[in-house]
Design a protein around this ligand. Sequence first.
Ligand code: NA7
Length: 566
Amino acid sequence: MNQSVERSSSDTLDTLDTLDTLVVGAGFAGMYGLVKLRQLGMSVIAIEAAGDVGGTWYWNRYPGARCDVESMEYSYSFSDALQQEWNWSERYAAQPEILAYAQHVAARFDLRRSIRFNTRIVKAQYDWNTQRWSATTDQGDTLHARFILMAGGCLSLPRLPDFPGRDDFEGRILHTGRWPHEPVSFDGLRVGVIGTGSSGIQVIPQVAKAAKQCVVFQRTPGYSLPAFNRSLDDEFRHWYKLNYSQRREKARYSVAGSASHPVPTRSAFSDSHEERAETYEGAWARGSTSFLRCYNDILTDRTANETMSEFVRHKIRATVKDSRVAEKLIPKTHQIGTKRICLDTNYYETYNRDNVRLIDLRRDPLVRFTRTGIQTESEHCELDAVVFATGYDAMTGALLDIDFSVKGGASLREKWRSGATTYLGLMTAGFPNLFIVTGPGSPSVLANMITGIEQHIEWIADCLRFVRENGYTTVEADPVAERQWVDHVNQLADATLLPQADSWYVGANIPGKPRVFLPYVGGHGNYRMKCADVAFQHYEGFLFGRGGSAQDTSSVSHSERMSNNG
Ligand code: NA7
């Protein structure tokens, strides 16, 4: 064990004043950040708000929580020993198993000694004079580091809509993204669930099984596919492990960061209606979000998309026995794939149970919470507990939750007032030495998160090595390169149907959030090659500096670097 752990002498929690890098978060991104930066011999610690590692999988303990990427792929590839020794039990791993895996990684690479848990960074300010970040915690102390690696997650700031009277409710309120550690029993209770996104469709069947009554409050129905989850056997695991290196490489250059997703080469219109139906049936039976990859124009051509949307609507009608309920569950206001597609186990079947009711909030809006339940325009629902499956302030929430600023300059909250802008999703101009993992402007939530995390951490580690080897002390995004990248990200997004839906991809779930399409739609593989090319071109689009104060910091342009390095 631990042969691959490279320790620097100064990466324990008692060296907080002399840090090279402060990592924010100890989920999958933060943990790999620690591993990689230790390998560079840097002093590095992570600050984590939770009581242990795991990020999303630490917090999302609700019954039914499960990953929608296959477990053999939703795992680190950086250590062959790790991927060979770990045995996933199911095709799509449930939360306890993913959390156990994260804990195993933390122990195997001896990470916890470099993580301060139950601590949140609330503010971080960069000072050009010292060329350091000063990060203030909610415990009242300040940490100083040359670099910050922001690994706070893309879907980590839960959203609890401020319904009128919410605090008057005397029953229990739970949020899927902040689920208690102790078991929650719904036995014999009347439970409301608000929200029918990925979390809602997973928790609702579980609540319905346990509760006396389950009332679902739905604002927008989504498209969900059966996951056809199953146990994995030794034979399959053995085959996969033998082929791991090829599978991982394929994933790294794929659109979605997954080896198992097919690459569509044909238009939906190259097939007849019957042929398309057959293709959709075959893809449906695979039980994967790769369903969207049946044809290459599903996400770009509304008519092509409609053939697939209609196929799924038909499936919903065929599953839900009460046709009035089925009609409420059928998405009509957005196209399939334009909001995140869901994978479920018995979601639509759950509406055939006698103890489940669906309230369509578009027809019967939620008016207020009362002491004993929820009042809609047409009725009062008596409830003992309400589960909020109402999502997150996606992609920018965790970043803006920290008050990032540059001394004497702008704050990130001001800079991003009309929308997040980054260069490659890795840095934002004007904020030196602040790296963002899977940030807005990178493929991020549109691809396998762990593939994206590994690519970002490795790129950042290479960049930091470049900084060190060239005697630089600062690196930041060039505002011109950032503008061009933002334009490119928008152009690609606008060529698809995705920005048209009111999704969290565009921030539409957060009142007042600027409507900007946040992730990069050009595909993980293309993005990886772009990042590699930027690095190869001596970090084109990044500005490097050296020196101890603002006065003697000499900024080194890209053309100088090219001529110096040949
Ligand atoms: P999502 O996908 O943002 O879903 C949140 C759900 O909550 C969605 O159905 C929302 O309806 C609903 N919602 C949000 N606010 C309200 C209010 N005010 N009233 C009624 N309904 C509301 O979050 P999830 O946690 O399910 O999934 C997030 C990601 O985590 C997921 O994609 C995976 O990657 C993991 P809306 O559609 O906005 O009308």
